[in-house]
Design a protein around this ligand. Structure first.
Ligand code: ZN
Length: 241
């Protein structure tokens, strides 16, 4: 993020991958805190928890309302239809099947290549919009074993995108080495308790898209791996405080 001067400078703005979950909402606050121009992008790929996408507009509006500086920085939202990804992947996120571990140790919620596809399309949009930074909530610490969340994967893709588009992109992953409790602490650091409460109450991480059931850690079915991770992280954060 320091001032490198080589290559064409597409500007210092950022494009944030905003799904409507806890991680991407925290990433949006992180970007609004740092960059003068911030746009958001979301992907509809036929996910079962598509309700998450509906939260994005409210989340953006609420975050802008929290801080005038953030409001002045927040720009356009882009929603891309990636239905093709859902059509060609057989996973518990895109099919009505039970969430389980596969024989190779990966959960069957793994959509092969999802983050590679997301980041590549994000770079295409960032190129057009003149944004240098692409911000995503990928995390290697608490991750579910998804190989496309690994730091090495992201770094390799940053190199590939830079070469393939002849643009200097920076893929920022502020949550890469933070566990879920640390992600709550980051939200508190960026926007105080109001941001923690906003992320808790207005984001959804649940794989089943269960928005109706409310818990102290936010909405969710309470049973899927994503809900379990979110609950444990929130409890650890509350205990630390
Ligand atoms: Zn759930």
């Amino acid at each position: 993020m320091t001032g490198d001067s080589h290559g064409e400078d597409p500007g210092g703005g950022a494009l944030v991958l905003l799904s409507g979950g806890q991680d991407s909402a925290t990433c949006l606050a992180w970007a609004l805190d740092r960059f003068e121009q911030v746009e958001t992008i979301g992907f509809d790929y036929g996910q079962r928890h598509v309700v998450e996408l509906d939260l994005r507009a409210d989340l953006r509006a609420a975050m802008a309302a929290m801080n005038p500086r953030w409001a002045s920085r927040l720009g356009d939202d882009h929603l891309l239809d990636l239905g093709l990804l859902g059509q060609i992947s057989e996973t518990a996120l895109t099919r009505d099947t039970e969430i389980a571990m596969r024989e190779d140790g990966l959960p069957n919620t793994f959509v092969p290549g999802r983050n590679l596809v997301f980041l590549t399309f994000a770079a295409t949009v960032a190129y057009r919009r003149g944004l240098r930074h692409i911000v995503g909530g990928m995390c290697e610490t608490d991750f579910s074993g998804y190989p496309d969340c690994r730091d090495d994967t992201i770094k390799a893709l940053q190199v590939a995108l830079g070469l393939g588009m002849d643009r200097r992109f920076v893929l920022d992953t502020p949550l890469m080495w933070r566990d879920k409790a640390a992600t709550w602490h980051l939200a508190e650091m960026l926007g105080g308790i109001p941001l923690v409460e906003l992320v808790r109450d207005q984001t959804l991480s649940c794989y089943l898209g269960e928005l109706g059931k409310r818990h102290e850690w936010g909405p969710g079915c309470g049973n899927c791996p994503a809900c379990d991770l979110r609950r444990r992280g929130y409890v650890a954060y509350r205990t630390d405080r």
